[in-house]
Design a protein around this ligand. Structure first.
Ligand code: BGC
Length: 537
């Protein structure tokens, strides 16, 4: 696909802390835009859609893994972290994307997947071919099984994707058949971070991308990596859930040794100017989460409390208060997320059809009105809902691993609709896409919404323009204001007042100049499921 020239545009913020109030846009690469017509999104597709991101007004991209991978977990099973999967392009295409994004004033961050590799990684192939106790096996967590013949897994840990977190490999010569640990799919063997080779290789990967000019990383399973000495049994749990925090009884995650890994990562980042890392840390205890944000660890950690909160004033206020309390004693700003590629989209979480969309509009103003960093997931700006897919279309490993009891994450990963009235809505030159797109999405496309001042896309564009340009949205912290029952109201130091009405009744519009509202407030009231931004009078 020919490159689309982008205007030369400065970065909105500069300096080592450019990310402090940035809006990041998560590109789930398979689903964002397909440049080569095979029905799967790719780097060329992202290049072609940079103008959309400039018009939207985001500051930076996070691109999900595009490295060589057998795709057992759609790229989170990395066979070579220092190359590009041919389905997505090649290194030259990545370099071109990076240059064009930078020229368009957009920073680019990429995914780092340190906890595990693909089973197709050359290290794992070598480990399988080598004997128990060999240096090849010592890069992973191979152990003998329990029971007289070693036929029981070494401990009771479940995999996040269902089934045991251990798989057995064939016997090697006279040695017993061993087991290897995989917290996720069997195709994702966990690395042993007590082995210095593992950390050295992670550093090499980071330098590879930093030297190319990437602005930072999103670190996958950033609370993984370290495992407890002796791999003891964990507290048995019925539902291990996907990326939930089960507390200290769950010995698979959030072990103290993980912080040494983060200190190492930070030293590498600090050797380059103006780079950053955000961690995917599914730790809900405020103090434990704060430890990842120490001055010598991560600059940012996703805050999943907003993403997991119900559409309810008390639940949302609690989520916000905990998130602010987490960062209070750290150098980090809060980092707000409403949706991502692992969870149902918020339009769908909040309700059916129009109700979900109306609430999602209000939630957008809540998220973007809060102090700190915001991460948008591709399609948030279009109000994309989840899509119920037929069984035969499901691709997430969770579907198979759960014995067809959990449908997995495909519903929130449907390709983005760009234009037109029929699938694939400009996503690809062909109709068939890796996950099927539904009929009836003509009104959801970016093209249709760009022409409609009342659309979700227009709301996001205005909100991001105000966020970037209005002094009212500046300053750290917030002050809670008295609000009618079922409402949230806060004031930012710059003067922004944000009121969100989650009650079933209309409430009076506060005094001040209305900057933006998620639904009509011209009658002097703020209706149910509506948020408004005002500049206090
Ligand atoms: C990613 C998931 C992935 C898992 C294993 C998560 O944190 O966001 O999409 O399946 O890590 O790599």
């Amino acid at each position: 696909m020919p490159p689309v020239p982008s205007p030369t545009r400065a970065f909105r913020t500069t300096g080592p802390d450019w990310w402090r109030d940035a809006v990041f846009y998560q590109v789930y690469i398979r689903s964002f835009a397909d440049g080569n017509g095979d029905g799967v999104g790719d780097l060329a597709g992202i290049r072609a859609r940079l103008p959309h991101l400039v018009d939207l007004g985001v500051d930076a991209l996070w691109i999900t893994p595009f490295y060589p991978s057998p795709m057992a977990d759609h790229g989170y099973d990395v066979a070579d972290p220092r190359d590009v999967e041919p389905v997505f392009g090649d290194l030259a295409e990545f370099d071109a994307l990076l240059a064009e994004a930078h020229a368009a004033g957009l920073r680019v961050t990429v995914d780092l997947v340190p906890n595990h590799t693909s089973h197709a990684h050359e290290w794992f192939t070598a480990a399988l071919a080598a004997a128990p106790g060999s240096p090849e096996r010592a890069r992973y967590l191979f152990r003998d099984g329990r029971g007289p013949d070693g036929s029981e897994p070494p401990n009771n840990w479940p995999s996040v994707f269902g089934g045991p977190a251990w798989s057995r490999v064939p016997a090697s010569g006279s040695q017993p058949a061993q087991w290897y640990l995989h917290l996720f799919a069997p195709e994702q063997p966990d690395l042993d971070f007590t082995n210095p080779e593992v950390l050295a290789d992670l550093e090499e990967t980071m330098r590879f991308w930093l030297d190319r000019g990437v602005d930072g990383f999103r670190i996958d399973v950033a609370h993984g990596m370290a495992k407890p000495e002796g791999l003891p049994d964990m507290q048995p749990m019925e539902d291990t859930g996907l990326l939930d925090d089960h507390g200290p009884g769950d010995k698979r995650f959030d072990q103290d040794g993980v912080h040494e890994v983060h200190r190492h990562i930070r030293r590498v980042i600090d050797a380059y100017a103006d780079r950053m890392a955000v961690g995917e840390v599914w730790v809900s205890d405020d103090d434990r989460l704060a430890q990842y944000l120490a001055p010598d660890e991560l600059q940012l950690a996703f805050n999943f409390k907003l993403l997991t909160a119900e559409w309810d004033a008390t639940a949302l206020r609690t989520a916000i208060e905990h998130s602010l309390a987490t960062v209070e004693g750290t150098p980090a700003p809060a980092c707000w997320v409403l949706s991502n590629h692992d969870r149902p989209r918020h339009v769908t979480r909040y309700g059916d059809g129009d109700e979900g969309t109306r609430r999602a509009r209000a939630a957008a103003l809540l998220q973007l009105g809060l102090p700190g960093v915001a991460y948008l997931y591709n399609g948030d700006e279009l109000g994309m809902p989840d899509v119920d897919l037929p069984d035969e279309a499901l691709q997430d490993p969770i579907w198979e691993r759960s014995g067809h009891t959990e449908r997995g994450r495909d519903a929130c990963r449907i390709p983005v609709p760009w234009s037109g009235t029929e699938p694939s809505y400009g996503f690809s030159s062909q109709r068939d896409t890796w996950l099927p797109m539904p009929e009836g999405w003509g009104g959801l496309t970016a093209q249709a919404q760009a022409a409609d001042a009342g659309s979700m896309l227009s709301l996001y564009r205005r909100a991001l323009a105000l966020r970037a340009g209005s002094p009212a949205l500046r300053g750290d912290g917030l002050e809670w204001l008295p609000a009618p029952a079922g409402c949230l109201a806060f004031r930012r130091p710059g003067g922004l007042v944000c009121l969100v009405n989650l009650s079933p009744d209309a409430v009076p519009l506060p005094e001040g100049e209305v900057l933006l509202a998620s639904s009509d407030v011209t009658g002097g009231t703020v209706g149910p499921d509506t948020a408004v931004w005002l500049r206090a009078g």
